[in-house]
Ligand binder design. Structure first.
Ligand SMILES: [Mg+2]
Length: 183
């Protein structure tokens, strides 16, 4: 029984980070500038309850541009995890791509297959975490997010609203998420 459950592929909600989970202040990396997008913790909690793996897929070209280090990205992500805890919300994994074709920092200079609009980050997460892409979707705030989703064969939703939880309910009107109400 246990083995059967472990073998099951799980659906995932892929979330872009900056502009979807936290306010995009322009290459956000300083914890003192961190601010949740309204409704983000509630949306993530709803996805947790509905059985989605919540996976962050984020381009972080600021690393390639020499603005901050990979370690700063990890610390910022850790801060997001810690800030979600009081809400009972959980991100299952963070993926980020530090590469950029016109990088200032030479070792990050590449048109990398994991940099959105390429689908590499989504595909790697699916492999490593045994995700079922046929039941997965992505939310991003840029066209390149949606293009990456399409290239990976999943639905991408362009978030242009001001509340992520309201947006999530609007795109899943008949889904389990519509049943969640934390207000
Ligand atoms: Mg974004």
């Amino acid at each position: 029984m246990t083995e059967t459950i472990l073998a099951l592929k799980r659906p995932a909600a892929f979330l872009d980070r900056d502009g979807v989970i936290n306010v995009d202040v322009g290459y956000p990396h300083l914890i003192k500038t961190f601010r949740f997008i309204p409704g983000a913790p509630e949306a993530i909690k709803a996805l947790n309850i509905a059985g989605y793996q919540v996976i962050v897929v984020s381009n972080q070209s600021g690393v390639a541009r020499g603005l901050f280090t990979e370690e700063a990205v990890r610390l910022f992500n850790q801060h997001i995890t810690q800030s979600l805890a009081p809400f009972g919300a959980r991100i299952d994994a963070f993926y980020f791509c530090p590469y950029y074709p016109n990088a200032v920092v030479e070792r990050y200079r590449a048109d990398h297959h994991e940099r959105k609009p390429h689908p590499g980050m989504i595909e790697r997460a699916a492999r490593e975490l045994n995700l079922d892409l046929t039941r997965s979707f992505l939310i991003g705030d840029r066209e390149t997010d949606i293009q990456a989703a399409a290239a990976a064969g999943i639905i991408g939703y362009l978030f242009k609203g001001d509340n992520l939880f309201s947006f999530l309910k609007s795109i899943t009107p008949n889904g389990p998420i519509s049943m969640c109400d934390f207000s």
